[in-house]
Design a protein around this ligand. Structure first.
Ligand SMILES: *[C@@H]1O[C@H](CO)[C@@H](O)[C@H](O)[C@H]1NC(C)=O
Ligand SMILES: *[C@@H]1O[C@H](CO)[C@@H](O)[C@H](O)[C@H]1NC(C)=O
Ligand SMILES: *[C@@H]1O[C@H](CO)[C@@H](O)[C@H](O)[C@H]1NC(C)=O
Ligand SMILES: *[C@@H]1O[C@H](CO)[C@@H](O)[C@H](O)[C@H]1NC(C)=O
Length: 365
């Protein structure tokens, strides 16, 4: 019968303990980032003891298993060693429902880890406690972001990169080194998100110093639509991080495939993205798609679609939008290029001498 009595006591204690567990709560955010601009981290512990028969005993802050600050029945904390190297780098406050611990002079990785808040209260002759924890991430922001290709050629910010049609896939790697925690990446083309299917999962390598190198790849085919677009990579690694970014302007060969009709010869203009066609005798317009009329006209003919009789597509490639036909173009009958030269024609300077009403110079008399 004695064994049965012990068994009953265990059940009753478990029942009481369960009730107490519902009365006292200690809440903390599961992870907190330090602020790299102020070199501070703020940890907050919210607690509730909503049974009037309980009284508050202590609130303790811990780092791992080390006690760092302690409020014993008061709102004035006692600090321990952790807070004194350098001196005074902890400061804690406590109200009847929360406590905040501010850490300064943070060092990675020394101060990164699990911080605990433990509330001990008096319940009859017992002093049970409740605790919760937060993991602090001591932020080491990215100093630099680099962009390079599959053979390690690095691209300077704002440079122009050609997507050669001889390579079917151009891999761009965006990388930030020596950071904590790892970075997330955003790739855009002219401000629009790059299709996620072109982006590989980022890779995070942790070095011996516990710092991370994060990399992300985007793979682009040498499509004409990318010509002139800005490819940008942005990396962020903490809350409210403005991020580091780097961008390049992509160019593709506008003559590959040849956009010129009727045997026209394509050449690339100095901007690197615009094609011009040198048309064979008898054809004109930017893409040599129009037969030159035999009788001269005072107004140029309306643009017409290529006939397609030569088996080429009858739609005009998108690059034509950058070379609109000029009404003052030469006819092209001599086989010369039908687009304007890149250097604008200069008008001859006006005579500097004013003239009188008779048309003769008014000076020098
Ligand atoms: C810790 O706090 C969170 C709220 O931030 C809460 O959801 C969780 O239940 C708490 N954990 C414990 C063991 O009290
Ligand atoms: C990026 O592509 C290169 C090949 O060019 C590969 O070696 C590297 O592992 C890739 N990195 C990521 C983050 O996918
Ligand atoms: C990488 O870039 C370098 C420098 O721009 C270039 O010479 C090289 O051909 C490129 N490699 C690939 C695979 O695109
Ligand atoms: C690249 O240039 C942009 C715009 O000027 C700038 O915001 C960014 O910080 C630069 N990135 C690097 C890595 O220099």
């Amino acid at each position: 019968m004695a064994e049965f009595a012990v068994f009953q006591i265990v059940i009753v204690s478990a029942f009481l303990f369960g009730l107490r567990g519902q009365t006292v709560t200690v809440n903390m955010q599961s992870s907190v980032y330090s602020n790299p601009n102020t070199d501070l981290a703020t940890l907050r512990c919210d607690f509730g003891i909503d049974d009037p028969t309980f009284s508050f005993l202590t609130l303790e802050w811990t780092f791992g298993s080390t006690l760092i600050a302690d409020f014993f029945k008061t709102t004035t904390p006692t600090y321990y060693d952790f807070c004194n190297t350098p001196a005074g780098r902890c400061s804690a406050t406590r109200t009847s429902s929360n406590s905040e611990l501010v850490l300064s002079s943070l060092e990675f990785p020394r101060d990164q880890g699990t911080y605990g808040c433990r509330v001990t209260y008096v319940s009859g002759s017992q002093t049970p406690n409740k605790q919760n924890t937060s993991s602090l991430l001591v932020v080491v922001p990215a100093a630099l972001v680099t962009l390079f290709n599959a053979s390690g050629g690095t691209f300077t910010n704002g440079s122009v990169v050609k997507l050669s049609s001889e390579v079917s896939e151009h891999i761009f790697t965006c990388q930030v080194q020596n950071i904590n925690p790892e970075a997330t990446f955003t790739w855009t083309l002219d401000g629009n998100p790059v299709d996620s299917g072109l982006i590989s999962n980022p890779v995070h390598d942790v070095g011996a110093d516990s710092l991370t190198t994060s990399s992300s790849n985007v793979t682009l085919e040498p499509k004409r639509e990318y010509g002139g677009q800005e490819l940008k990579c942005k990396a962020v690694n903490y809350e409210d991080d403005p991020g580091v970014m780097i961008s390049v302007t992509l160019i593709v060969d506008p003559c590959d495939p040849n956009p010129c009709y009727n045997g026209g010869t394509c050449s690339v203009m100095s901007d690197g993205i615009t094609a011009t066609c040198e048309c064979p005798t008898g054809f004109e317009k930017p893409l040599c798609e129009t037969k030159v009329p035999t009788t001269p006209r005072t107004t140029p003919p309306e643009p017409t679609q290529p006939t397609g009789t030569d088996g080429k597509p009858t739609t005009v490639p998108t690059t034509t939008s950058t070379t609109p036909p000029e009404p003052t173009q030469p006819t092209g009958t001599d086989g010369k290029p039908t687009t304007v030269p890149t250097t604008p024609r200069r008008t001859p300077p006006e005579p500097t001498q004013p003239t009188g009403t008779d048309g003769k110079p008014t000076t020098g008399k």
